[in-house]
Design a protein around this ligand. Structure first.
Ligand code: GLA
Length: 729
């Protein structure tokens, strides 16, 4: 059991392979304080860290200074209004209009395993793999119960936390802030790592110091967003890829979020994460409860890389559910950049025919197959096949593709409605809007009100009907604008600010229904590229489109940031044509292949139009994918160098769990004059094994490869790359 309770000292201790987490009840009143999270320690009585015996600290000894106690004590789940003026996790409004909430320990239970979170994505594990502590806190005067839940994954240095808030009073209570986590750290001598970007520039890593005051990142766009990311790590100052302490927090949620790091007056650091309090409130009538989404907390004493590998293992084994999660994905060819909206059955079949000869395994038909959609300005919501483009319908096309030995996949954007659509003409009130105001368009479209049952049912049926009509084995679920004009005809005035969260719950419900009815469907989520690449979506789809930017150089940075948290098996990556459609850059076809190999791998180009030279490389790349994908999908990922940092080259590697095989990807982004070779040191191998470098036949010990390293010759030119495959002898 990874959880113990020291009943004498009233301390909870959660242990995993290398980490301990302790919190405890201080003072007779029952304040729950955070004691320690870090490298594993044997003792349970660390209550001295709560300063309980340090008069005149706790209120029982010095009630006169209760206010300074509240503002100093390391709260496990801080609430607003009582005199803790730091960032709080919970704020309520009672029927009388008061906001004060005062939580004290009431009871707890410890159990093996982990319960599902109703309606929400969450990690899972067996009774052998994890155990759960639930601490019930209460504000007796308000009639509120708050159940803090902690699951420790014993082999993984992971604690998954969430909170359930129950209205146990006879009156309504409104939540105006309900975050999932607070983590108190001693001192402020830390750095913050976070991920930021834009369309086609997703998840760039930012690092800066913790300072006094609050650093805050978040999204109020209704989705996790291109711009900010529901991830944050606090690291020791000396943390690198390979050493130092790292606390990584990732929100398993796909909507609005806040993540904050506050350096406080007494040089402590408070970290909080959860649903963004803007555009949020939740009315609880007597007896009702609210479940927050979960936050994953990872502790690493092996640097950023250690945190990364823990997230990867957790998500591959305890979050992604798809039957594809442990399988090679079919190599797909997507027609978006090949044809945009200008295609028909004949064109798609010509691409499929050529692709199948080259070893590509699935054709994905992207946007433009439905309604009268010949441009991005209409028809979203009209999910019926455009027979002018696809005469004989979908069935004919899919059957022909299947005859070529290929699978077939299709694109949807189910959350949207075009003003110019039959659906909008029939149901203008289905778009999110505020009565009397014209909603703001984005890509000439509105967003459907996913908080309403009849809309969810309608959308589900229109998608499912298409899937039932032919042998469709893959769906790309897209979402191409953020939410605005929040308002629903289905919600009462006092519930309007529940909309953003209800929207996300609707999205989860419909995707759950989809994978229940079509359990073998390969679902890939997408949002204008990678605006919803988050842990929440991984619960429904084993892969997510990483970015609309397929330029091999830009992708290095996008994939580095993405892979800092998410497994390579989940990263949608394709080889596209050049000049690149987003940045106009030309890179060698080989290099585009090497970079896409780090993800799900596929093509997004017109294979009938590219040069013969490039086309001839496809069978080689296909063979490479088959040779390396098991390793890439299941192995341990090590970052050697980042082009984003050194501006010259990028290098990363994947090592098999048994350490018998590894693949290094090296990309020389910029050629540098007057140099012959560059040394890189491999990582993650066994010190004691000998390895053969497949390309040269050279045999060297793991220790030599990791300490002395290998030389990479000058690859003569910009954007050149190579793979180095090492095998244990
Ligand atoms: C988004 C996706 C693209 C493509 C287009 C189609 O931008 O990210 O891959 O599907 O929509 O409109």
């Amino acid at each position: 059991m990874g959880i113990v309770f020291n009943s004498e000292k009233r301390v909870f201790k959660l242990d995993s392979a290398n980490a301990s987490y302790l919190c405890g009840v201080a003072d007779e009143e029952g304040f729950l304080g955070h004691i320690y999270f870090g490298k594993k320690v044997p003792d349970t009585d660390l209550t001295y860290l709560l300063r309980i015996n340090e008069p005149p600290f706790v209120p029982s000894q010095n009630n006169r200074e209760r206010l300074s106690f509240y503002d100093t004590f390391p709260m496990e789940y801080p609430t607003a209004g009582i005199g803790d003026y730091r960032e709080s996790c919970l704020r309520i409004r009672t029927k009388s209009g008061h906001e004060v909430c005062h939580l004290l320990y009431e009871s707890h239970e410890i159990r093996q395993g982990k319960e599902a979170l109703p309606g929400l994505p969450a990690t899972f594990g067996t009774q052998e793999e994890c155990s759960t502590l639930k601490i019930t806190m209460a504000d007796k005067a308000a009639g509120l119960k708050v159940i803090l839940s902690y699951t420790v994954f014993e082999k993984l240095d992971v604690i998954a936390r969430s909170v359930k808030i129950v209205n146990a009073s006879d009156d309504d209570i409104t939540l105006t802030r309900a975050l999932s986590v607070c983590l108190e750290l001693d001192g402020t001598d830390y750095d913050i790592l976070s991920l930021h970007g834009s369309w086609s520039r997703e998840r760039r890593i930012q690092r800066h110091a913790v300072r006094l005051g609050t650093y805050s990142t978040g999204s109020v766009r209704g989705e996790s967003s291109h711009q900010e990311h529901p991830f944050l790590a606090v690291t020791s100052k000396d943390a690198t890829e390979d050493m130092g302490e790292v606390y990584g927090l990732n929100f398993v949620y796909s909507g609005n979020f806040t993540a904050q790091v506050q350096g406080t007056q007494f040089d402590n650091t408070r970290v909080t994460m959860g649903i963004h309090p803007d555009h949020f409130s939740w009315l609880l009538t007597p007896g009702q409860e609210f479940q927050t989404p979960e936050v994953i907390m990872v502790y690493s004493c092996e640097g950023i890389g250690g945190m990364t590998r823990t997230f990867h293992d957790l998500y591959r084994n305890h979050l992604i559910r798809s039957p594809y999660k442990n399988k090679k994905r079919p190599i797909l060819i997507n027609n978006w950049e090949a044809t945009y909206f200008d295609f028909n059955t004949e064109k798609l079949l010509s691409i499929a025919k050529e692709a199948s000869k080259l070893g590509i395994e699935m054709l994905v038909m992207d946007d433009g197959w439905f309604g009268k959609r010949n441009l991005d300005n209409c028809a979203l919501g009209d999910w019926t096949v455009n027979e002018e483009k696809l005469p004989g319908g979908l069935k004919r096309l899919v059957d022909e593709v299947n005859k070529l030995g290929m699978k077939f996949g299709i694109w949807f954007e189910p959350e949207m409605i075009s003003p110019d659509s039959d659906l909008y003409r029939a149901h203008p009130d289905w778009a999110i809007q505020v009565p009397g105001k014209t909603p703001t368009m984005g890509r000439e479209q509105y967003v459907l009100d996913f908080s309403r049952r009849e809309i969810l049912d309608y959308v589900y049926e229109s998608v499912a009907k298409v899937l039932r009509s032919a042998n469709i084995e893959y769906v790309k679920w897209d979402m191409n604008r953020s939410l605005s004009d929040l308002g629903s005809f289905g919600l009462s005035p006092e519930r309007q600010s529940e909309f953003s969260h209800r929207y996300v719950l609707g999205l989860y419900e419909i995707q759950e229904r989809l994978i229940q009815e079509f359990p073998n469907l390969l679902l890939e989520n997408c949002s204008g590229g990678g605006a919803r690449f988050d842990a929440g979506m991984l619960f429904y789809s084993p892969q997510i489109w990483c970015s609309d930017n397929m330029d091999a150089v830009e992708r290095l940075t996008i994939q580095q940031g993405t892979a800092m948290v998410y497994p390579l098996s989940a990263m949608g990556a394709h080889v596209s044509d050049c000049p690149n459609h987003v940045v106009g850059r030309n890179t060698p076809f080989e290099t585009r292949g090497y970079v896409a190999l780090a993800g799900t791998f596929g093509y997004e180009l017109d294979v009938t139009k590219i040069s013969e030279e490039d086309r001839d490389l496809i069978p080689e790349q296909v063979a490479m994918y088959h040779k390396y994908n098991d390793l890439v999908r299941t192995g341990d990922y090590y970052r050697i160098a980042g082009y984003g940092e050194n501006h010259l080259y990028d290098a990363y590697m994947v090592v098999a769990k048994d350490k018998k095989e590894a693949l290094v990807t090296y990309i020389q982004v910029l050629a540098r004059p007057n140099y012959h070779s560059r040394r890189i040191r491999l990582k993650g191998l066994s010190e004691n094994l000998n390895y053969r470098i497949e390309e040269t036949g050279q045999i060297l010990s793991g220790s030599t490869l990791m300490n002395a390293g290998i030389q990479i010759e000058n690859l003569q030119g910009d954007f050149k790359g190579k793979l180095i495959h090492v095998l244990a002898e």
